[in-house]
Write a protein that binds this ligand. Structure first.
Ligand code: NAP
Length: 289
């Protein structure tokens, strides 16, 4: 047997850290296999899902821009994927393909590690952004025990849409008029926009993003945690602004590793140890950015 046939479907997928994380998971669990990058057009998604259904593949992840579109190709949704209407993991169950979403659990896991034992205990949480990651962040904030969840986005109409989608699941999100209004007095900031993604500290883009981030961080409660879902570079501009203000901050690498490990467990029934996965992801980030 040639081992497990895993992979990531999206477009583009060339930048992904998932192969190094999943190859580390295979090695750590004493399994053999390959995790392939599967770059496809949207009209090809149904055939990729069918190949999993036929047993030609053993498990798939889904990334930008197909997390929502793929829901039309699966036989059923499970867990957080049902609430989000977005899937990042496909699992074969007999002759059916089930769509899961491990982003929420991955984010909750990573934030809990950073928050420590205290948790949120009813304090407000703020979310910046209104895309797929922000939806996962809103669900995670409720799961983390936020008493109030506020969202702000550059394009406010999308924040209103996010609140509408969450309301349909029975969760009330407050749409704030600005990033700082959302952050005001919050104990947790989940930065789920692309602001700062791939921005490095050598000039104008960094300085402009740092200025925005500093203003938002300033509005938070004094003991607040800044959790930036962005992980490229690992010390993001939001992390730098938080550290400059003396506040704890972490990037999204932990979320990436935990969602991958949870997907791996769904496919294989084995929980990979997380440390080798972190080490592999950090090595790849250091080598290729
Ligand atoms: P998306 O659906 O494309 O949404 C992008 C969001 O970023 C939108 O809210 C957009 O606002 C906002 N945005 C983009 N440029 C901005 C700017 N210059 N200033 C302010 N807001 C800006 O993307 P997504 O899937 O939600 O992903 C968002 C980020 O989360 C990405 O950086 C991604 O890498 C990260 N992420 C991390 C993980 C992880 O495992 N750590 C998982 C998923 C995503 P508009 O609506 O105004 O365009």
């Amino acid at each position: 047997m040639s081992g497990l046939r895993l992979g990531l479907v999206g477009h583009p997928v060339g930048h992904s850290l998932s192969p190094v994380i999943h190859h580390a998971a295979l090695e750590a669990c004493g399994l053999t296999g390959q995790y392939a990058l599967i770059d496809r057009e949207e009209h090809e998604l149904a055939e990729v899902v069918a190949s999993l259904r036929r047993g030609e593949r053993d498990g798939l992840n889904v990334t930008i821009p197909y997390k929502i579109a793929i829901t039309r190709c699966v036989d059923a949704l499970a867990g957080a994927a049902t609430d989000l209407g977005a899937v990042n993991t496909l699992v074969r169950d007999g002759e059916r393909v089930i769509g899961h979403n491990t982003d929420v659990a991955g984010l909750v896991h990573a934030v809990r590690e950073a928050l420590g034992a205290g948790g949120l205990d009813g304090a407000p949480a703020a979310i910046i952004g209104a895309g797929g990651a922000a939806r996962a962040a809103a669900l995670a904030a409720f799961e983390l025990g936020a008493g109030e969840v506020r969202v702000a986005n550059r394009t406010s109409a999308r924040a209103v849409q996010l609140a509408g989608a969450l309301a349909a699941t029975g969760r009330q999100v407050i749409v704030a008029p600005s990033f700082t209004a959302a952050a005001s007095g919050a104990r947790l900031l989940l930065q789920a926009s692309s602001l700062g993604m791939s921005v490095v500290p050598d000039g104008g883009a960094w300085d402009a993003a740092h200025e925005t981030a500093a203003r938002v961080v300033d509005a938070l409660a004094p003991e607040a945690l800044v959790f930036d879902l962005v992980y490229r570079p690992e010390r993001t501009v939001w992390c730098a602004a938080a550290e400059a203000a003396g506040r704890p901050a972490v990037s999204g690498l932990g979320m990436l590793v935990h969602q991958a490990a949870d997907a791996f467990a769904l496919w294989t029934g084995q929980e990979p140890p997380r440390e080798p996965l972190f080490a592999a992801a950090r090595r790849a980030l250091a080598e290729h950015g």
